[in-house]
Design a protein around this ligand. Structure first.
Ligand SMILES: Cc1ncc(COP(=O)(O)O)c(C=O)c1O
Length: 492
């Protein structure tokens, strides 16, 4: 197996330690990180690929030059609606940051500022940026053909690889994005059960399709009571009846779930859940909840779909099904599945998925099983399978260290952490059980905190999700802890 990254000496600092170095002396490391932070981080130097950087380091808000990003944003707004290619990338700063390159745990923006990246493409970059493993796999395939529009060996191998590590994956559907995979899983459920309704949880996100973009956040009074929640459209433009086809329940609330099934059970095709509610603020299932969910779905002849688009290949090699020991009927994957290349999958038993092979329901897609994505997925899953004994303890250990450090360095911050995922917010309860419990949060204050982090050389998502990769080491985490303490202090 090739190594994921070639270790290069990075400018102005010691060589980043790899994923096999984990030591947990938090206080001494934070002290080291503080020194490193002041002297090196964000200081422009020659990036590893050799292009001289422009602009100045991201050392303080005052010195943080983002003029190149500002210029690009002005141009973008003329030709791209809102200036961004996904609305979830808007917000936070007065304008988005434009990046030029990434390597390992680092990103460089167009002004030459370097950041330690904890966004990681919102999850796909499990090996960090530009891993050699993926670069080689994709480059090899580019030379052989980027697109066949027909069957090829790599799609068979990718499906076999996925099936070999995902519990219950007798068959695999390949698609392009997480949204598409969730959409086809829901369609399969309706087709094979002959039932019209889907049940989902408030605050869970399953992509932006018409079938799923309902109650993606808690919307106060319009969402009804916890006992009788109302399905709330997540966007203008949903077709008539879209919300009527989706029942919603608060996460971690067995009583409401049972009541909804008692009333509508015979019409519920599937219940879909992020088995660990990551996208909506890292809220794990309370003990016994997933088991109860499994039991209730089976009792009513409904399918249980796990949306493992974040948890897949990250929580464990076999995702949440392996981690929690609860088996879904269908599971949906994307993000980390191909180490940063666009690809998604639905897995499940032949008895269910064979229906797709028979064309009921229809599943189409020009880019399904794309050779570049398949090459990347084969390399990703192959590496993770071979190195699972070190990769997963590393990801979990680094996140535990980050959670612990953030709680100590920035006491005003709410930190929720579960395994290899973490969420920060301001004003929310740390022990939130569902989306309703998050209503006390102050997203504007958190966005200012994120801006402070950025000025300190740490790139995080305004909505508070943090990821780490195999390229991150303790020093990167410790640096973020220091920057977080400073950013919170600056908020006053
Ligand atoms: C849990 C979950 N499901 C579905 C999706 C949609 O995936 P994609 O953005 O690839 O369409 C996301 C994306 O963030 C997600 O986090």
């Amino acid at each position: 197996m090739p190594t994921v990254h070639t270790r290069r000496r990075l400018p102005g600092r010691s060589v980043a330690r790899g994923w096999d170095s984990v030591a947990f002396d938090i206080f001494s490391s934070v002290k080291v990180a503080r020194t490193m932070h002041r002297s090196n981080i964000g200081i422009s130097g020659t990036p590893p690929h050799g292009t001289p950087p422009r602009g100045q380091p991201a050392q303080s808000a005052a010195a943080h030059d983002l003029s190149g990003s500002s210029e690009l944003y002005e141009r973008a707004r003329r030709v791209i609606p809102g200036g961004v290619t996904s609305i979830s990338r808007a917000g936070g700063l007065p304008h988005p940051v434009y990046f030029e390159r990434g390597e390992g745990p680092y990103l460089w923006d167009v002004d030459g500022n370097r950041y330690v990246d904890f966004v990681l493409g919102y999850g796909p970059l499990i090996f960090g940026h530009a891993p050699e493993l993926i670069a080689q796999a994709v480059t090899r395939q580019v030379a052989r053909g980027t697109m066949f529009g027909a069957q090829h060996r790599l799609e068979v191998e990718a499906a076999e690889r996925i099936a070999s590590v995902v519990p219950g994956a007798e068959q695999v559907i390949l698609s392009g994005s997480g949204t598409e995979a969730a959409m086809i899983a829901l369609r399969v459920a309706r087709a094979v059960t002959g039932r019209p309704l889907i049940l989902k949880f408030e605050g869970h996100y399953h992509g932006w399709s018409d079938s799923a973009f309902v109650s993606v956040a808690y919307r106060g009074a319009s969402a009804g009571t916890a006992e009788r929640p109302t399905s709330v459209s997540g966007t203008a433009g949903l077709p008539e009846g879209a919300t009527a086809g989706v029942l919603v329940a608060p996460w971690n609330d067995v009583a409401t779930l049972r009541a909804l099934f008692a009333e509508h059970g015979k019409r519920i095709a599937a219940v879909i859940a992020e088995p660990l509610m990551v996208n909506g603020g890292v809220i794990p299932p309370v003990p016994g909840f997933l088991e109860e969910l499994r039991r209730i779905a089976s009792e009513h002849g409904s399918l249980l779909i796990f949306d493992e688009i974040i948890t897949g290949f990250r929580l464990a090699l076999g995702g949440a099904q392996e981690h929690y020991g609860v088996r879904a009927d269908l599971a949906v994957f994307a993000k980390a599945i191909a180490g940063g290349v666009a690809m998604s999958a639905v897995t499940g038993p032949r008895a269910i998925l064979e229906a797709v092979g028979e064309g009921r329901p229809a599943h189409h897609g020009t880019f399904n099983g794309n050779p570049l994505a398949c090459a990347a997925a084969i390399a990703t899953i192959g590496y993770l399978a071979e190195h699972r004994a070190t990769v997963y303890p590393h990801l979990h250990g680094l996140m535990a260290r980050l959670a612990d450090g953030l709680r100590r360095a920035a006491p005003g911050l709410t930190v929720r952490h579960s395994g290899p995922v973490l969420h920060t917010s301001i004003g929310e309860p740390a022990d939130a059980r569902n989306a309703r419990d998050r209503a006390s949060g102050d997203p504007a204050a958190h966005a200012r905190f994120v801006q402070g982090l950025l000025a300190g050389g740490v790139h995080t998502a305004p909505r508070g999700l943090w990821y780490v990769s195999t390229a991150h080491a303790e020093e990167h985490v410790d640096l973020a802890i220091v920057a977080a303490g400073e950013a919170m202090a600056a908020l006053g």
